[in-house]
Write a protein of this length. Structure first.
Length: 94
């Protein structure tokens, strides 16, 4: 993944992702790149207003392919799971 790809992803995050707690928009300085692979990256978005942190994993989709890799249902399902998750990974992976 190159610099332009990362800038594009950060721009996408700024336009599409809001703080899950106070719904404020993220500034570029609020977004930290945690990890990158050739076609995906993990970001931490920390709200300047309420200090809530959100993780985002973005996957670049090849040009010409219009089918999303992650559906709206996938996002809703993960949100609902995380609402109930108590943080016990040992129990989760048994």
């Amino acid at each position: 993944m190159n610099y332009d790809d990362l800038k594009q992803m950060i721009g996408y995050l700024r336009g599409m992702v809001k703080c899950t707690k106070c719904h404020s928009a993220f500034e570029e300085k609020d977004i930290l790149i945690l990890a990158t692979l050739p076609t995906e990256a993990v970001f931490e978005c920390k709200c300047a207003k309420c200090k809530n942190a959100t993780l985002a994993n973005l996957v670049m989709q090849p040009l010409g392919k219009n089918e999303p890799l992650i559906s709206k249902k996938d996002i809703i399902d993960m949100h609902e799971f995380l609402q109930q998750f108590n943080g016990d990974f040992k129990k989760l992976f048994k």
